[in-house]
Ligand binder design. Structure first.
Ligand code: SF4
Ligand code: SF4
Length: 109
């Protein structure tokens, strides 16, 4: 019988915010009437934006504060774009990001 993974604590992680490019519709940017602050939404194409810093090498969203794997916060949590809302703790991508940053997932009980 398998058990679900224990809940992952995102506030002591932050790995996903420093692993992937984060693109979203330009309509989510403040400039187009959305919520993502101007300084963080970099125009990418006529219809999309990218979170500043997520295409750097190594990537790190400019809205992420704190130390990855210790204590982090999203400076625009209420205004973050939909990919951030939709990213699931415990998903394959989450576990991949954690491994990339040397943060182990808790063992199954
Ligand atoms: S990598 Fe997973 S556990 Fe870490 S902050 Fe992102 S969603 Fe949360
Ligand atoms: S906006 Fe916030 S939740 Fe989204 S990648 Fe940046 S720091 Fe992470």
């Amino acid at each position: 019988m398998t058990h679900p993974l224990p809940a992952l604590d995102c506030q002591t992680c932050g790995a996903c915010c420093a692993s992937f490019r984060v693109d979203f519709s330009i309509t989510e940017s403040e400039a187009e009437g959305g919520s993502v602050p101007r300084g963080l939404a970099e125009p990418l194409t006529a219809s999309t934006c990218r979170l500043r810093g997520t295409d750097h090498s190594p990537p790190r969203c400019a809205a992420l504060t704190g130390r990855i794997g210790e204590q982090v916060a999203c400076a625009i949590y209420r205004w973050r774009p939909s990919p951030c809302h939709e990213f699931e703790a415990g998903s394959d991508a989450c576990l991949r990001a954690r491994r990339r940053h040397g943060i182990d997932a808790p063992d199954r009980p």
